[in-house]
Design a protein around this ligand. Sequence first.
Ligand code: PCD
Length: 789
Amino acid sequence: HATHRRREFTDNDGHPVGYGRMLRKEDPRFVRGQGKYVDDVVLPGMLHLAILRSPVAHARILSIDTSAAEAHPKVKAVVTGADLAKQGLAWMPTLSNDVQAVLVTDKVRFQGQEVAFVVAEDRYSARDALELIDVEYDVLPAVADVRNALAPDAPVIRDDLDGKKDNHCFDWETGDEAATAKVFDEAQVKVTQDMVYPRVHPAPMETCGCVADFERVAGKLTLWCTSQAPHAHRTLYALVAGIPEHKIRVISPDIGGGFGNKVPIYPGYVCSVVASIVTGKPVKWMEDRAENLISTGFARDYVMRGEIAATKDGRIQAIRTNVLADHGAFNGTAAPVKYPAGFFGVFTGSYDLDAAYCKMTAVYTNKAPGGVAYACSFRITEAVYLVERLVDCLAYELKMDPAELRRKNFIRPEQFPYTTQTGWVYDSGEYERTLDKAMELADYAGLRREQAQRREHGELMGIGMSFFTEAVGAGPRKDMDILGLGMADGCELRVHPTGKAVVRLSVQSQGQGHETTFAQIVAEELGIPPEDIDVVHGDTDNTPFGLGTYGSRSTPVSGAAAALVARKVRDKARIIASGMLECSIADLEWEKGSFHVTGDPTQSVTIQDIAMRAHGAGDLPEGLEAQICYNPENLTYPFGCYICVVDVDPGTAVVKVRKFVAVDDCGTQINPMIIEGQVQGGCAEGVGMALMQMIAFDEDGNCLSASFMDYLIPTALEVPHWINGSTVTPSPHHPIGAKGVGESATVGSPPAVVNAVIDALAPFGIRHADMPLTPSRVWDAMQGHPTPS
Ligand code: PCD
């Protein structure tokens, strides 16, 4: 593993180069309030767009009267679905080959759906004018509970689809049904558990929005947009709106968090583009918080029945699951097309099984569309929750320690690369080492002793563990594309004459620190200090094509591209160096940003010398630059072990997370400080999902979680001081051995927290209760009747 060796070295002047805990280059800008977000874009003559949203979940539109709004002195245009339909723009494709209404033409299908828009001189007038639009709704019964969606008398939501007579969306299965049934039939121990992963929302700090500027003379559209995938968005606008692709420029400036929420194309973006074309002026649209929560991509919403089969002494043999998936009114899931259930197939977890099977039924409901991968590489969060809860249920029935049960069933190091029963090829892993480290950091044995003592006094202390394996870095082009666009990434690198460099990425950061870490990757390969390397991203006119940032794919895909493009530049530098040192290429050795003649370190040239020479007088054919496109051969499979300790107040049922240990293995680490930040943020989100959050609906389809008064975001008060640890098991197929990590904690932490709460409630004979474990739900569980979710 020579290429995986950590080389924390300094350049000739003693500056650190390459991997390590470097402070983030972007932070001086952010902490001084100098970030430039979409809402900071102000153009001359810019107009403002506001969207009228449906107050009801399911209704035919009988009439829309826009005359009063049009008469408002500051209003420039009012547009309805009927107007868009005339241009063939009333419907748009979703990322999963469904269609979604841009503005309602026939009937409303979820509360908050886009009905009309107003363009006015300022934001306030646009919003005021919404109130002047008169819409007559003929309200229909709504399907709000996924379990009722397929009832024979359920109202048909998608009657726009040809011949559609029910709310069925798709069926999907994976694994071997017969082989799994056989294992279950013969198994000594079988445990079945129903569980719900409730609908949650990414709720990034910055809501979605854009500024569309269509220049009539040039015929060019510039769209500043909160997008996690500017290149993919550009191509889709070109295909749908018919504007030639080179006449569209998508700029994703600083983004205040994405978490999957900014992957889809929302009606608001399309409306803004239309508005700019119609008015000939730049048009800004920014959602408010309620709009973001009720209408943009939700996540999860899986109703799962899990079954686990094992021997009496705790060898897990098979897992089987049946899932009812709520996809809302339009299937807006963002996942590679061949994977309608995302990467849910990894529900076999970190364990060596004999068989596995999943059957899934997806349905439409009168709820907002989505199914985005909220800090989750395409449904891995649901998969990990399922298996990690099931393992704890099994431990409960076998009266075994959950940590030992896991250890006993791990895929062993010598089994990698390991093909799971559902066909995923895990690249590398050393699970036991990570488990040991977490148990040591948490003092697991000590915690169990303390728990036993506290229980004697009626105290409810719980210890929960989860061990997860993720599949991130989509993905191999042969299997993975989104609407026909293969999931490879480009990268371009130029070294300027003075030895400073610029690297252009096709991915786009939403706060992860790419300006730092991608400079570090190039620095590691070229020996140029990261401070001297500028990272350009988020502008389709200035970066190579690629599929964007989600599913923790930047490091696995673009990170590989950055390393390889730097090696390509280094190969060019080597040729130039051989000319400068008048020796053959084979006689050159590379070290710390310089080449020297083998056996004579005094005969050397630095990468900076070479850069100047590459651009100097003489007959060298080209400068010092390169470009590549990287198509990953496999996904990367990071893993980790999380241990959570909670105390439940026996009088109020309030859960307090007291301690949380997270040991992550993401292969080679570029910046351990950033990795810890990623993990801590994701753990906080996990505590939120496990204990506080849910996008809830009443039976009429009214969204009950449309503000942060109802949809709770964990703060420093609700989370403990995190304890981070790591192990390093490089990916064998990634050029620098790195795996993704951005979503590991959101994936791994909810089951750890829930397992801890259930463990605390053991004295009540509780085996399961559904998230979010709010005081009322925990209280109900303590009374012996967990709330049905
Ligand atoms: N890293 C390092 N090393 C390794 C890995 C990694 O250092 N080995 C680092 C990098 O570089 C970056 C980070 O870390 O910086 C991350 O990475 P990744 O894993 O590759 O990822 P990305 O792609 O970059 O990103 C993405 C993610 C996601 S996906 C999400 S959700 C979230 C995360 O990211 N989001 C966010 N994180 C974050 N952070 C912030 N701040 N913000 C945000 O928004 Mo999805 O699918 O979209 O749902």
